[in-house]
Write a protein that binds this ligand. Sequence first.
Ligand SMILES: [Zn+2]
Ligand SMILES: [Zn+2]
Length: 185
Amino acid sequence: MVFAHDTEVALTTAAALVNTAAEEERLPDVAALDAFLTERQWTGRREGTRAELESVWALRPRLRRLWFAAEDEVVASVNALLRDNHALPQLVRHNEWPYHLHATSPDAPLAARMAVEAAMGLVDVVRTGELGRLRVCDYPDCDNVLVDLSKNRSRRFCEAGCGNRAAVNAYRARRAAAGRQPAHR
Ligand SMILES: [Zn+2]
Ligand SMILES: [Zn+2]
């Protein structure tokens, strides 16, 4: 583990949220947002309204910029996210999870909780000097973001299957190259 478990969850969730703003909208309606939250095991209040969905949409570009910004700019944004959403870190324990940090109450608006969770994750990244772990997928034309949580900083592809696609391409390229070699006798 590179960071504390709750930090890693916060970062991968933030990346996944950012990546829902793809060419084809991945959170087109309230039901899609609900499915995303359930898949990511989000707790706390959900209104299931259009306004809530729109506030989540509005958060995504703000989070995405964190992947491309220089350190001082990340710090300014993270501090603003924490301040604007009245973050107050508290250790909590709920469901089956051990003690971890929450910095908003469970009945704060969803987008505020998402913003603060992402910001809290970024706090750890910045203060350990690990911003280099926030990267963009290496697959051609994929601009999904990723968080490299591997020990040896070797992660290159996003969660959306680009790693598999790259492996298949590499396999085909090897087969094609082998096919061009003179046959063995
Ligand atoms: Zn929790
Ligand atoms: Zn990708």
